[in-house]
Design a protein around this ligand. Structure first.
Ligand code: B12
Length: 215
């Protein structure tokens, strides 16, 4: 039963069907499907569509519709995921955003949701975020973590610019910098001296907790 609904969720993304995505998300919750698994199924769909895009089997308008379908379904699933937030834990401020020049948002939103669920106080700066803005907001919020996403090889260098900018301002050691996104690897994170790399939303929560020495 749950398997079928997960497959259905994924299919709504492959069909770039916004209404069906919303309905399937509601159906998943009604059937007691784990909302985290449901989000995983949607992400599988989007990644599969990404491969089709690469093979020129689908085009940008379809991808845009699919990501809107994803966001529709997430709007239903996210409140359920957030309900799991650990009560009573001191919320550690985190700023997150997609780097300047890059408007990909879906994966970053997933990471923000999972960090919130794990008890972090997440401030999402959105997409196309300049290094100076990351720092400005991090200072304002007394953030411990700056998390920067990049989905394209053309914007990946901006993650390095961010770290260089923090160094130039003499504040590099005040923050844990996490990097991630489709084009990012552990090797790249090491190369630019980021503190951590998150391959997916779950791994990001784990690395954030590990670096902050929280359970
Ligand atoms: C959806 C999508 C779009 C949508 C984005 C809509 C939105 N609101 O987000 C739209 C249609 C707008 C779009 C536009 C473009 N796109 Co696009 N897009 C994609 C696609 C198909 C899926 C991305 C996605 O959402 N994946 C699903 C999520 C769940 O995965 P994820 O983002 O990787 O996130 C996970 C991890 O990476 C990690 N993570 C994510 N963020 C972070 C952050 C931190 C801090 C950490 C630790 C971890 C982490 O956790 C997430 C959850 O597990 C990818 C293909 C792909 N396979 O990635 C192409 C892709 C990224 N796009 C691409 C391109 C080229 C473009 C355009 C330039 C196309 C064009 N010709 O105009 C424009 C760029 C516009 C811009 N300036 O940014 C290329 C990039 C190629 C490259 N290597 O440089 C890709 C790879 C497609 C391809 N194969 O060619 N795109």
């Amino acid at each position: 039963m749950a398997e079928n609904i997960l497959e259905k969720l994924k299919q709504t993304i492959l069909d770039f069907d916004e209404d069906a995505a919303l309905d399937a998300a509601n159906e998943a919750l009604a059937a007691g499907v784990d909302p985290v698994e449901a989000v995983g199924a949607l992400a599988d769909g989007l990644n599969e569509l990404g491969d089709k895009f690469e093979r020129m089997e689908v085009f940008l308008p379809e991808i845009m519709l699919a990501s809107d379908a994803f966001k529709n379904a997430l709007s239903v699933l996210e409140p359920e995921i957030k309900k799991r937030n650990t009560e009573g834990q001191k919320a550690i401020p985190v700023v997150i955003g997609t780097v300047q020049g890059d408007v990909h948002q879906v994966g970053k939103d997933m990471v923000a949701t999972f960090l919130t669920t794990a008890g972090f106080d997440v401030h999402d700066l959105g997409v196309d975020v300049a290094p100076s803005r990351f720092l400005e907001e991090a200072k304002k919020l007394d953030a411990k973590i700056i998390a920067a996403a990049s989905l394209m090889s053309t914007t990946r260098p901006v993650q390095k610019d961010l770290i260089d900018f923090l160094e130039a301002k003499g504040v590099r050691d005040n923050f844990i910098v996490l990097v991630g996104g489709g084009v990012v690897t552990q090797e790249w994170a090491d190369q630019i001296k980021a503190d951590g790399y998150g391959q997916d939303a779950i791994a990001t929560v784990e690395i954030a907790k590990k670096l902050l020495h929280v359970a």
